[in-house]
Design a binder for this molecule. Sequence first.
Ligand code: R5P
Length: 310
Amino acid sequence: MKLLTGNSNKKLSEKIAKYLKERLVNSSIRKFKDGEIYIEINENIRGNNIFIIQSISSPANDNLMEMLLCIDALKRSSAKNITAVIPYFGYARQDRKVVPRTSISAKLVSNLITKAGADRVVTIDLHAGQIQGFFDIPVDNLFATPIFARHIKKRIKSKNIICVSPDVGGVARTRGLSKFLNSGLAIIDKRRPSPGRSEVMNVIGNVKDKCCIMVDDIIDSGGTIVNAAKVLKEKGAKEIHVYITHGVLSGDAVNKIRKSTIKNLVITDTIDNYNKIKNAKNIEILSVSNLMGEAIRRISNSTSVSFLFK
Ligand code: R5P
């Protein structure tokens, strides 16, 4: 087994390598003056099973292209097997045509990864589980829920917890967490009048005097979560904690969270946000490195990955 990292999230790659007691493959990823990406693998990888670790996070186009070029370079260097480990699978939010004449970016990106030469994909909390079916190669979709559940059990002592899905699409994920915590479930009826804007229409369930735990896959502008938290407070929620796997955190999101009624936002390190959040006291990062490392070990040994979630 060998591990190769792209530039998107070297910290996470290093942590995964540490967990596996492996080193990262010696490679150079550079840019020509016009911005084109140039990859060179500086050691023999012929016949190896290679795991290339790269998030499709901002700058998404560069990071995606970097991953595709790495896969291509690995294939042309006679790697035996190539697994694309994609902690944050960007371009996943366009997974169907919601209005006429739009693209389905999740399908296009799946085609690109497969065509470049990947034999398998490992990711965590895909925006929609059915994206696995966009690939004709195996996809292992891991879940951050057990990491979140452990953190909640350690940190939140309230006996009056309710898990809240910030939109109808997130109900299955939220139900998963509520099972771990043995708690109730509430659902927010969210509408998007236009891209990037969200409106809360209704809260289904009673949140009065409850300690609300909202869970989602992505926080981007922060609009969904901040609006939801405001309405939960208006409905009498006692305190609001938020657990989100992928901290996209674009624009003013960190500030919005800082000033919001949210007591604590926990994200993971699928995207490198350590600098962005350093002045935000109510934002915390948990690492998925051990989980991803263990999944890589199990794939490499041909043992069960789903066992990690039993
Ligand atoms: C939407 O379906 C996703 O699960 C997130 O709720 C959404 O991407 C969050 O976006 P924002 O933070 O910009 O409201």
